[in-house]
Design a protein. Structure first.
Length: 169
């Protein structure tokens, strides 16, 4: 399940990069990636809790109700997520270019949703889910993860002195 969380976070981060471009097309791309991030996490929740829905026949807008019915937990910020979904539909299906300020707003909505849902449904802190987990080399990944933990713990001098030393070649 951690892969689903990493992918959701990565899509969100990529969307933030488009937000920084500050033009309508980039804003639309950001909004699309934010929606993809949200939907990816919803699917993670659905799979984690074996929520009975039919992928092809259940609209995105019904996910929160299905999840609440199965888990007893409400998805936080759902009304804002529905606004994001509407903005994505307007961009993707109708070619309506959003104001760049909309992308900034939806970035905040998406991050709020991700942070809350990581905790509520997976008992994971958003900041603990590191994209470093995507590094394919065990020794490098281990060193980076150790350094990140030291950084979170304010042990700055220990970031370099992690147990896994990197080879110099």
């Amino acid at each position: 399940m951690i892969d689903q969380l990493i992918l959701s976070k990565r899509l969100f981060i990529q969307g933030q990069i488009f937000t920084e471009q500050n033009d309508p097309i980039s804003a639309g791309m950001a909004i699309s990636l934010f929606q993809d991030s949200v939907e990816m996490l919803c699917w993670g929740i659905i799979k984690q809790y074996d929520v009975p829905i039919k992928k092809e026949k259940t609209p995105f807008t019904s996910y929160a109700d299905a999840i609440k019915e199965k888990t007893g937990r409400q998805i936080q910020y759902w009304a804002k997520i529905l606004d994001l979904n509407t903005a994505r539909i307007n961009f993707k299906h109708y070619g309506n270019l959003p104001n760049p300020s909309e992308a900034v707003k939806f970035s905040v909505y998406t991050e709020d949703y991700l942070r809350a849902s990581f905790i509520d449904f997976f008992d994971k802190e958003y900041d603990e889910i590191s994209l470093s987990l995507l590094i394919p080399f065990d020794d490098v990944r281990s060193h980076i993860l150790c350094a990140e933990q030291n950084l979170r713990d304010d042990n700055y001098n220990e970031c370099y002195n992690c147990p896994q030393k990197l080879d110099s070649h």
